[in-house]
Design a protein around this ligand. Structure first.
Ligand code: GLC
Length: 577
């Protein structure tokens, strides 16, 4: 497997919200081409572009009706070819999003299945119910309360859909399905793309016989098909048979396990280059529930990040590093502070994740500190199906409309999908479109936009740009070990990166205050007298900071402060020791 991507940074684009060139209110492929200069400016190596294939857009393109054609909403095949060629000139590779767990119900295969064609019925999971009105098993839908099965009266059969009922699950047990999906991959490789992101790909192997589950309500099925029985075999086959081991691939792994992620991303297994896991983005879920809000459990977050870092390294796997994507609320509003310490906390979060071992992903707008929606005051402001369904469910549970709205404002995926904020003019929709945007712009465009940050050396944008270049300059960031420091400190996330090779030893210390309060490092943890002090697992003399090189920080005179054992609100720095 290729491992060149260890020094790379990927930028994720949600095309419908990135840049509209046609004036129809939806971003398009030409909009991405137009912004290549901007993207090159950040220094990113790859663009992961979420699906733009023909689709009824029930799940904004994650319901694909034709894997080989571009949805006219986003442009034409010529637009894509132009984008690939232009990106190539900038030495930026495209990674396409392959949605292979399910298709749209409008896909030709499913239409033929509904028409009763046996060959295509076997492309999906059609089963008889247990009795009248009773689905074939007790599996729950993953995105809306209720069963994962839909009844088709004229066939008197049910079909499986882990996501929306308009997203029927493909039957990977059927070799014809796997062959069709390989054809899709080969087609796009031929077009010149440099990698792929595979959507919820750890859910594709369902257990034989689709048995009932005995999990708690709402979770049934999950433990049976997550990292399912043949998943490694299927992924290896897909990669080997399409020759994509030399490209960059990432699997979106829903509710996955660490040992599986090691196997998925270990180069010699030839499955994937790396994996997205989501446990670190659930430490603000109350009792594990997405639609209940609570403050982030920082200690849980820290433990998770360290465990995954160390175990993936030990096992030879590779992490995708990220805080944001099109399914997540904005990180600065979540684990940071989008008010008083907006700038400091956005930078701190960037530093905390980018200095870890793995390949970092920047989601559009993260590099300028875009926040959750500030101006959505009714359910009609939201577009996302999952949000709509869960709003109804919250009301059904007895929550008041105000409370339900408060929860969806914090949790909705639309927080991450509002239009990219290019310019300060709210009347011009922040430079996103001349038309009416498909989703309302955030009202803070006047304060948060590319225009005001791009030439400001102190901006979040400039900070991110520096993070991307540090990874290229310092081998230790890409390849070093991760050694947790101050593990029990309730506010500080700190670690060392250490790399020993023929040229000697390289060491970096990263230290981040995750709170809006000053953080004090106790004398027992840190000896400022210049004697050796033990912190975390390794010995580190903090007095070294005096002689060490400050690589990056989010406050002025950071070194002095940290030597005094104090970190200001959300203060963060990295030193080369
Ligand atoms: C992934 C996508 C998400 C989509 C789901 C179903 O999680 O990121 O947007 O709704 O898969 O395809």
């Amino acid at each position: 497997m290729n491992t060149d991507f260890h020094k790379s940074t990927v930028y994720q684009i949600y095309p419908r919200s990135f840049q509209d060139t046609s004036g129809n209110g939806t971003g398009d492929l030409k909009g991405i081409t137009r912004k290549l200069d901007y993207l090159k400016g950040i220094g990113v190596d790859y663009l992961w572009i979420t699906p733009f294939f023909v689709s009824p857009q029930v799940d904004n393109g994650y319901d694909v009706a034709d894997y080989y054609r571009i949805d006219p909403l986003f442009g034409t095949m010529e637009d894509l070819e132009e984008l690939i060629a232009e990106a190539d000139r900038y030495e930026i590779g495209l990674m396409l999003d392959m949605v292979f767990n399910h298709t749209s119900d409008e896909h030709e295969w499913f239409q033929k299945a509904l028409a009763g064609e046996k060959k295509y019925m076997d492309f999906y999971y059609f089963r008889r119910g247990k009795g009248p009105g009773v689905p074939p098993n007790n599996w729950d839908n993953r995105v809306a309360p209720g069963s994962a099965w839909e009844y088709v009266p004229h066939l008197d059969l049910w079909y499986l859909h882990l996501y929306d009922r308009k997203q029927p699950d493909l039957n990977w047990e059927n070799p014809l399905v796997r062959e069709e999906l390989k054809k899709v991959v080969r087609f796009w490789v031929e077009k010149g793309v440099k990698g792929f992101r595979f959507d919820v790909v750890n859910l594709v192997s369902k257990p034989e016989g689709l048995p009932d589950d005995n999990a708690e309500e709402g979770m049934n099925g999950k433990q049976l098909y997550t990292d399912g029985p043949k998943i490694h075999e299927f992924l290896h086959e897909l990669t080997a048979d399409t020759g994509i081991a030399s490209l960059v691939t990432v699997g979106e792994m829903a509710s996955t396990g660490l040992s599986h992620c090691i196997r998925y991303s270990k180069p010699e297994n030839e499955e994937l280059s790396m994996t997205f896991s989501f446990h670190h983005l659930k430490t603000d879920y109350k009792d594990g529930k997405k639609w209940e809000v609570m403050p982030n459990d920082f200690m849980a977050l820290k433990k998770l990040l360290f465990t995954w870092q160390q175990e993936m390294k030990r096992g030879g796997g590779w992490n995708a590093l990220f805080w944001c994507n099109h399914d997540q609320p904005r990180i600065v509003s979540r684990y940071g502070d989008d008010g008083k310490y907006w700038k400091e906390s956005a930078k701190m979060l960037g530093l905390a994740i980018h200095m870890l071992r793995g390949t970092p992903y920047i989601y559009q707008g993260e590099e300028i500190g875009m926040t959750n929606v500030k101006n959505y005051d009714c359910i009609q402001d939201f577009n996302d199906t999952e949000t709509q369904d869960n709003y109804k469910a919250l009301l059904k549970q007895g929550k008041s409309p105000e409370e339900a709205l408060r929860i969806i404002c914090a949790r909705s995926r639309d927080n991450g999908r509002t239009p990219m904020q290019w310019t300060a003019d709210p009347k011009a929709n922040g430079g996103f479109t001349d038309g009416t945007p498909w989703l309302k712009c955030n009202s803070n465009v006047a304060d948060i936009n590319v225009e005001s940050q791009i030439n400001d050396p102190d901006s979040i944008y400039s900070f991110y740009k520096k993070l991307v270049s540090l990874r290229k300059e310092q081998e230790v960031i890409a390849e070093g070990d991760v050694i947790p420091c101050l593990e029990n400190h309730p506010q500080i996330f700190a670690y060392q990166r250490v790399l020993k090779n023929a040229e000697g030893e390289q060491k970096i210390l990263v230290i981040c205050n995750f709170t809006g309060k000053e953080a004090v490092i106790g004398k027992e943890e840190l000896n400022f007298a210049g004697e050796e002090a033990v912190i975390g697992k390794e010995e580190l003399n903090f007095a070294d900071i005096e002689d060490s090189r400050l690589l990056i920080s989010n406050y002025k005179d950071t070194s002095v402060q940290i030597r005094n054992g104090r970190l200001r609100p959300f203060e963060a720095a990295a030193y080369q020791i």
